[in-house]
Ligand binder design. Structure first.
Ligand SMILES: [Mg+2]
Length: 363
């Protein structure tokens, strides 16, 4: 492969409803689309959105990283996908969302040049479909109950519930959701919002009352792996690391400390596909399972994540509902979600049409 050019254009997609977590409130997804054109004329694409609460990157810093050091490093570069991906990883410090977007574009171009779906080039589809969830963001209990009902009506059986902003209210929120959708299974995400002691008490109470909780994500501060291990030992609900795991090295440390049963892999944290696959390899070797998640990101990123998810045996769950939050879904192709199950739709690379600059125009 030889990179002829890297191009960017800006977009904005309004959300159907605000997205609220313990860390932020979002009304529209502004994003940067990246095209990597190979010398052979093939164009791969990726997208990056503001991920400031997690990676510290906003659209301005992402744009600066892509149009500056990343474009400088890649333009005219030749090599295998592994070599180009490694070159990209070295081209800039941090900037994991920016690197992830360009890495997805490189991988899309790789697949298109080979005329094969990316999932095949990543080792083949070990799953034909994988169950996703619908996120219910952190609102008043009655609002969360209504959103849970809507998700269930769309066929989602698994709801991801954002908690952790005010501990006393979390249980009322959960009860409202379960009253609205009694058959739902829950993935809870505290986004680092609890202390170790709070986490043990809260999760213990959920267990005592038999709530249908499949897992609890990032109960305590990202850096407090010892504390998370303490929580894990004290409860029987599986604990998932999210903000604590960015790299394969993080995953190894989490496994060594027994800090989590599960890992949430997001391309915006890993900086690209090879590190995401490396985390899944660590998980497989340590007997952990993985979810592939995403930030509030558009469908090109999500398609890249879906190809990764379906290609690895240690990845058994996805949390890739963010495009369902957008008023538009551009471009078409890539993957579909039916009754809560995500599957790829085929085609070379990501299997998507090229996003046009006039789709999701910037506001
Ligand atoms: Mg999370």
């Amino acid at each position: 492969m030889e990179v002829a050019a890297v191009r960017t254009h800006r977009h904005a997609a309004p959300l159907l409803r605000p997205f609220v977590t313990a860390a932020r409130r979002t009304e529209a997804v502004e994003y940067l689309a990246i095209e990597v054109e190979l010398r052979a004329g093939v164009i791969g694409q990726g997208t990056a959105a503001d991920t400031k609460p997690v990676t510290g990157e906003d659209l301005a810093s992402i744009t600066a990283a892509v149009t500056g050091p990343i474009t400088a490093a890649l333009t005219g570069a030749r090599g295998t996908i592994a070599e180009l991906s490694a070159l990209l990883a070295r081209s800039v410090d941090g900037a994991s969302s920016a690197r992830a977007a360009v890495d997805v574009a490189l991988h899309d171009a790789w697949g298109k040049a080979a005329g094969r779906p990316l999932v095949e080039l990543l080792g083949g589809a070990v799953h034909t479909r994988i169950e996703s969830d619908m996120t219910v963001s952190l609102e008043e209990p009655d609002v969360m109950a209504q959103h849970a009902r809507e998700a269930a009506a769309e066929g989602y059986r698994v709801l991801k519930i954002k908690l952790g902003r005010d501990v006393d209210e979390d249980r009322r929120r959960l009860d409202a959701v379960l009253d609205a959708v009694p058959g739902a299974r829950l993935r809870l995400d505290a986004n680092q919002g609890w202390s170790v002691q709070q986490a043990i008490e809260i999760i213990g109470a959920f267990e005592a009352d038999g709530l249908p909780v499949d897992l609890v994500e990032q109960p305590v501060a990202a850096a407090d792996l010892e504390g998370m291990a303490q929580v894990r030992r004290a409860v029987s609900t599986p604990i998932m690391a999210d903000e604590s795991v960015w790299t394969a090295a993080d995953a190894r440390r989490i496994a060594e400390l027994g800090a989590a049963d599960m890992l949430n892999i997001k391309l915006a944290k890993t900086g690209g596909i090879p590190e995401a696959m490396a985390i899944a390899d660590v998980a497989r070797d340590a007997g952990l399972t993985c979810m592939v998640g995403a930030m509030m990101e558009p469908s090109i990123t999500i398609a890249g994540a879906a190809h990764v998810a379906l290609a690895h045996p240690a990845i058994t769950m996805v949390d890739l509902d963010s495009p369902d939050w957008l008023t538009t879904r551009h471009p078409s192709g890539g993957y579909k979600v039916q009754e809560g199950w995500l599957a790829l739709t085929g085609g070379p690379g990501l299997g998507m049409e090229l996003l046009r600059p006039d789709q999701d125009p910037p506001r």
